[in-house]
Write a protein that binds this ligand. Structure first.
Ligand code: GTP
Ligand code: SPV
Ligand code: MN
Length: 588
């Protein structure tokens, strides 16, 4: 418990509002977590899985109308509408509080209020930040206890400081039409009602560590980004780090945990995971950009995760993991999802709770956005730096998305501002991570479209200013696309572990070890500089996915111009100049 007056006062106010029957302080102890698991199993909220095969693992199914983030119902409630910008939904904070308190009022009746003190970042790290989440969901408590550092140590670190983020979560009745995920960046407050799905209710994650933190970062001179952090260890023992922003369900977890191709392993290459979803980045005393992962676990996409595509992720989920919306194999009380193996269970329950036979059914067993919540410490390739809280120095920033056409496998930006331009024009096919149509190309600047807590024009400006501060110590900026399709709709590039071949080229560019070919959009590799050793992939095919077609990019430039109009006066002049420069180079 805490004596922090600002915390106690707020909890009293919230108690008076939602009127719980009980209040439980989450202390972070194993005994308390175990008691909560038992309670959740007794009510059917969670299912205890086969403890021999999956020790301390559980299954949870959300309501069928509540399986992904709801971008249309996510709001930035800044005092001025302009401060939320054209890419966010906005609501006046006074009206928003009134509406949300109306929905939340009395909603904990017959329920327990759990008070979760949590730290984003290792407790006590100079970069860590503290939040308190109030919830009426044991599932949320158990997930937060995996995804963040939870418990009494957090109260100690907080002391009597007033610098912490308030988070109120009310399940209510999981009504879609009353579901709201609201952020009050000027009050360090988050309120989420009528959902039980991860990204909407684990308030430390997207709500705090991206939307609120991006706003704090702009004001305090640092960055909160939707990025994985990965270390590549060379045969001589040196480790270099990259941070990469891909939109939701576009490969961050997979890249963060990649297994080097055999030829690389034989030479002594290793890959270390620092983070798979969020990076907080500061300028260090040495003037370089340093990144920490504020999370303590992985909330990863289950479908497609298998012993071949991502053995490290699979291994990470074998203990102490909560599975959400996957299929339940009743024969051995384990879990299954599409793409796990070619052996779907015959006697199972699908993600909706209906009996399911994977051998005969054409329905899916797991929801496409089904997820695992797994402790980072389980990951076989977790970096030694993960828990240190000092961060790792970033050599390269990599942007990327799902583009069937147009965008080459990899290219390097001309300089920092051009790199900011490259990030700002990112486009990707939508995925099941958010509700709405899947497979539609949309602009998703820096993979932050759903997560930037303020005006995106100001966000671009902040990126440009960070580059000015970093000067020649700034990471080099690249763009990748693992998702080019052939005429039959198959992925051309093998992806996954073989992506290391591209990352190696990127790191060579950072240390000036390799030449490149200048194109209108930036520098692409000479095909022979991407190591294809041990891979059945022809250099001509590689050339085809490195090609930059100026006519396609002319069309792209028109789309960018259209997209940029949204930002009006807030579009930094630097980016206008970048677009003009691109058009100029394309027309030559
Ligand atoms: P969020 O957790 O939603 O932020 O997603 P993420 O970016 O971590 O995505 P994740 O790594 O879970 O990948 C999601 C999907 O992309 C899975 O279906 C993967 O199979 C697929 N994927 C990841 N990497 C590659 C790749 O290199 N090539 C291809 N073709 N597919 C990939
Ligand atoms: C994403 O959608 O980008 C995720 C999952 O990482 S969620 O936590 O639901 O946002
Ligand atoms: Mn994400």
């Amino acid at each position: 418990m805490t004596k922090n007056q600002s915390v106690l006062k707020w909890i009293d106010e919230m108690k008076a509002l939602v009127t719980p029957d009980n209040l439980v302080w989450i202390d972070g102890s194993d005994a308390q977590i175990e008691d909560l698991r038992k309670e959740a199993c007794s009510t059917g909220e969670m299912i205890k899985l086969n403890q021999d095969k999956l020790p301390n693992c559980y299954l949870h199914r959300t309501a069928v109308n509540d399986v992904a983030r709801v971008e249309g119902r996510t709001y930035i409630c800044s005092r001025k509408e302009e401060d939320a910008g054209p890419t966010n939904n906005w609501m006046d904070p006074t009206k928003a509080y009134e509406m949300l308190y109306g929905i939340a009022k009395g909603s904990y009746k017959g329920r327990t209020m759990y008070v979760i003190p949590y730290s984003m970042g290792p407790v006590g790290s100079p970069f860590a930040k503290i939040g308190v989440e109030l919830t009426d969901s044991i599932y949320v408590v158990l997930n937060m206890a995996i995804m963040t550092r939870v418990g009494n140590a957090v109260w100690e670190a907080l002391g009597d400081s007033t610098e912490w983020v308030k988070g109120l979560h009310c399940k209510c009745n999981i009504e879609e039409e009353n579901r709201y995920i609201c952020h009050f960046p000027e009050d360090d407050t988050i309120i989420s009602v009528n959902s039980g799905y991860g990204g909407n209710v684990l308030l430390g994650k997207k709500c705090f560590a991206l939307r609120i933190a991006s706003y704090l970062g702009k004001n305090q001179g640092w960055m909160a980004e939707h990025m994985l952090i990965l270390g590549v260890q060379y045969p001589n023992g040196e480790v270099k780090y990259v941070a990469a922003a891909f939109p939701s369900a576009c490969g961050k977890t997979n890249l963060a945990m990649l297994i080097p191709p055999e030829v690389y392993q034989k030479k002594g290459y290793k890959v270390w995971t620092v983070g798979d979803d969020i990076a907080w980045m500061h300028i260090g005393e040495d003037g370089r950009l340093w990144a920490i992962n504020p999370e303590n676990g992985f909330f990863g996409v289950a479908p497609g995760t298998n012993a071949k595509s991502n053995p490290n992720a699979l291994a990470t989920t074998r203990e102490g993991t909560i599975f959400t919306n996957v299929a339940h194999n009743l024969d051995d009380n384990t879990v299954w999802w599409e793409g796990l193996d070619k052996n779907p269970p015959e006697n199972a329950v699908d993600w909706t709770g209906e009996p399911w036979n994977g051998k005969t059914s054409d329905k899916k067993g797991a929801h496409p956005n089904s997820r695992f919540t797994a402790p980072a410490r389980n990951c076989p390739c977790i970096s030694d730096e993960f828990d240190k809280g000092t961060g790792v120095p970033i050599s390269a920033i990599i942007f990327g998305g799902r583009r069937a056409q147009t965008t080459p496998l990899v290219y390097q930006s001309r300089d920092w501002n051009n790199g900011v331009f490259v990030g700002s024009i990112m486009a990707s096919e939508t995925t099941a991570a958010a509700t709405g149509a899947v497979g539609v190309v949309r602009r998703d600047p820096m993979a932050m479209l759903p997560f930037c807590g303020y005006h995106m024009g100001d966000y671009f400006k902040h990126w440009i200013e960070m580059g000015q501060k970093l000067g020649d110590k700034a990471p080099k900026i690249f763009n990748v696309n693992w998702f080019r399709l052939d005429e039959e709709g198959h992925f051309i590039w093998p992806g996954f572990g073989d992506n290391l071949r591209v990352v190696e080229w990127i790191l060579k560019r950072c240390s000036g070890e390799v030449d490149a070919v200048e194109t209108a959009i930036g520098y692409v590799p000479k095909a022979e500089d991407i190591n294809l050793e041990g891979l059945d992939f022809s250099i001509d095919t590689l050339k085809s996915i490195l090609e930059v077609k100026n006519d396609q990019w002319m069309k792209e430039a028109e789309g960018i111009e259209e997209f940029y109009k949204k930002f009006g006066d807030k579009l930094p002049q630097e980016l206008k100049d970048q677009l003009a420069g691109l058009k100029d180079r394309l027309s030559k």
